[in-house]
Ligand binder design. Sequence first.
Ligand SMILES: NC(=O)c1ccc[n+]([C@@H]2O[C@H](COP(=O)([O-])OP(=O)(O)OC[C@H]3O[C@@H](n4cnc5c(N)ncnc54)[C@H](OP(=O)(O)O)[C@@H]3O)[C@@H](O)[C@H]2O)c1
Length: 266
Amino acid sequence: MTTRPTALITGASSGIGAELARLFAGDSHDLVLVARRARPLEDLSAELRERHDVTVRVFARDLSEPASVPDLWNELLAARVQVDVLVNNAGVGLYGPVWEQDADALDRMVRLNVGALTTFTRLALPGMVSRHSGKILNLASVVGYQPAGPRMAAYYATKAYVLSFSKGLAMELKGSGVTVTALSPGVTASAFEERSGASGTRLYRWVPAMSAKAVALAGYRGMKRKKTVVIPGIIAKLFSLAGELPPRRIALAVNRWLLSAGRSQR
Ligand SMILES: NC(=O)c1ccc[n+]([C@@H]2O[C@H](COP(=O)([O-])OP(=O)(O)OC[C@H]3O[C@@H](n4cnc5c(N)ncnc54)[C@H](OP(=O)(O)O)[C@@H]3O)[C@@H](O)[C@H]2O)c1
């Protein structure tokens, strides 16, 4: 019987989530990997099993579907899989004025970035608390520290939720043996920029990107050290600090400017 802890990682098919999976596997964790695309999950699973001799379970699921999280959790319970570490990493962005955004895509983003993360956390906590042991790593963002993000208003609001939820939860769980870490990266090289439609903005054109690998490592180390907040890199640290400095209308104006369409967009 294996004595390795199990980490469930959402959004493990690319970017930061895939790099986190490599770190957990390298540190002798069995894995439950979740995302919509089966192929990259299977490829990663094969890589990790070969390199690290760990057990990897793959679930190709759309976590923006309301029943997907409880359904998956029940499958794990039925298979007697105990989740020792929960990594709520899956997330998408959506660029453009809210009234022009596709209503379904907007709903799905909120259900994924906020809903799935909250439900997974709620379902994982009773077991962790009763065992006096467990870790939750939530992917927030430096945008969660900003007053708001015109043209990415809903996305910024979802990350403010993740940050606030994680900080509040970390305090609720003090002394329980369960820790919560909110990882808040700045601009990170991944598929996110292209998929969110934000590539042409000053933010993505001008601000240097960190690698997904470096971001994942900072988050992994911060989680191990039981830190509540982790902001990787000096640029992200300055950006998050500037977002909170009063008067916050200055930061709001800067965010509006950074998110306005750049030269590559009309
Ligand atoms: N890149 C940045 O600049 C940046 C900065 C700050 C914070 N973040 C946050 O970091 C996290 C990871 O993003 P990333 O940069 O690594 O981008 P990414 O490479 O696009 O990764 C996003 C992951 O989420 C999964 N995903 C998307 N929609 C899903 C759904 N409906 N159901 C299940 N899984 C879904 C994707 O897999 P499938 O497509 O296979 O489903 C993918 O594995 C996100 O929460 C993002 O908000 C990113």
